[in-house]
Structure formats: C-alpha cells, structure tokens
Ligand binder design. Sequence first.
Ligand code: NAP
Ligand code: MN
Length: 260
Amino acid sequence: MKYFICIRDDVNSHLIADRLHSAFQENNFICDEENPELVISLGGDGTFLRSVHKYIDKLNQVSFVGIHTGKLGFFCDFTRNEIDEFIHDILYEKPKIYSHPLLKITHHDKEYYGLNEVRLENPFNTMICNVYINDALLENFRGNGLNFSTSTGASAYNRSLGGPLIDPRLNSIVLGEIASINHNAYRSLDSFLVLHESSKICIRGNFKRCLIGYDHLFESIKETELEDEIYVSLSSKVVKVLHYKDVDYIYRLRKAFVAD
Ligand code: NAP
Ligand code: MN
C-alpha cells in the first residue's frame, strides 16, 4: 500500500506521524507523496481540507482518512488517544467508503473546487448581480457576497453566517447571503436556501474587485467584463473518505458545538 501523511505543523501531530510511519513501514507500506493510494490527514478539519486540495487532480486514485489531534472533527473519526486502534484498523479492517461531492465554481475556463464551500465575494464594495437557479431568475442581489456550502461544509463558514446544519447524507447546496442590503430600494431573498444537489446556479454581474473563495483558498478575478457570468454546481469530483467506525453525525455535533 502506498500512503502519505499530511501533517499539521505542531509537535503533537509530528510525534503521532513518527509512530504511524514506523508501524506502516514494519508492514511494508511505502510512503509515496506523489502517488499515494491512502492519505492520512493528521491535525484538524482544516488539515483535512488542505490534504484534499493537495491531491485535487488525483481524487479518483486516493482515499482519505482523518485523525484529529484536538477534538473530534467533522472529517476525522479518530482522535489522538486512538492511534493504536487507528493502526490496527488500517492494517486489518475493511472500511466503509463515503464519497463527498465537491462544489465547482467556474469563471470563464477556470474551475475551482470546494469540499466545504465556494464563495463569490467583494470585501471592498457592494457586489451587484442577478442570481439564476436552473435558468429562473431568483433575485438581484446587493451585498458582500454569496456562499455556497455542501451539506458537510454546512457546519463550517455557513454555520457562522447563521445557516442551517445539514445531515451530510443529504447531498445539497446551501445558498447563503453575506451581508446583503435589504431595504425599500433593494431586496433579495434574505434567507438561506437549501437547493437540490442537481441545481445549476448562474450569477450574472460585474465582478470587478471580487474574489472566488474555495475552502481555505481564493483567487482574485482579474479579467472582468461589464456583464460577466459565474456558475456553481455540484461537480462529478468526489472525495473518498474511509470510515472504520460509525461516528454518528449528532454525536459529532454535540462534541463540536454543545458539550465536550
Ligand atoms: P481553518 O483554520 O482551516 O478553519 C477554521 C475553523 O473551521 C477551524 O476551527 C476548523 O476546524 C473548522 N472547520 C473546517 N471545516 C469544518 C467543517 N466542515 N465543519 C465544522 N468546522 C469546520 O480556516 P481557513 O484556512 O481560513 O479555512 C478553512 C475552512 O474554515 C473554510 O472552508 C471555512 O468553512 C472555515 N472558515 C470559517 C470561518 C468562520 O466560521 N467565520 C472563517 C474562515 C474559515 P479545525 O480546528 O478542526 O481545523
Ligand atoms: Mn465573461
């Protein structure tokens, strides 16, 4: 088995990585950063996102598994106190594989992917655009931006915007407004909209000084036109995550947001 460990840069994560390397190499696993079949993300949910983006062009040949060195995470089933169990499971158990679809945001011929979310934002001026869902005009939006979250990403930035938490087994797209302007002259939906997984969104407007955000990454829009178009939809790319134990979503929510 060819594997790689993506590590958050802290002492604890490095110590655990050393233990994993020894155990795997004793069992003839080969560490291969270029072409791993198994990627172990060691750190937090943020580390998991970075691991996925490192292999964004090789997702069909890689499976991911997460260890959280802090609390229990949304992408990580194991914590730092369960390393022996983790090694045992990787060596001897058969996991369930869950495929997380990625959101795609497209501007001209450039595509960006988000496991948590993709965003179109203008942090400097009012972003003005028309929002179409499956070719039907929803609204003329004015505000700082629009956030499109996956169901799994709903507990991340979407939640901070006041958006709903969504059972990750429902493949949805959650559209959320970032600081929309709503008064007598301008009005948008001003509510979160949970869309069907097949929805195709088109945003039409002038995107001068706008940013495309995708998970922890972003790109500034350089070539702008008076009337430009950006598309958002669920992509055919999926992140394969290995689950060696059933960690209930409600249990994750409780551990993350209610009580430790
Ligand atoms: P980051 O430090 O990597 O992550 C920010 C926080 O979000 C961390 O506490 C991280 O957990 C947590 N997180 C990531 N994915 C999550 C998920 N699916 N459910 C619940 N919590 C999650 O920050 P970054 O590099 O700027 O961006 C990475 C992600 O963080 C983005 O995709 C965005 O969703 C989120 N974020 C949220 C806010 C906000 O809520 N205001 C602001 C910026 C970014 P760990 O501690 O386990 O890594
Ligand atoms: Mn254009």
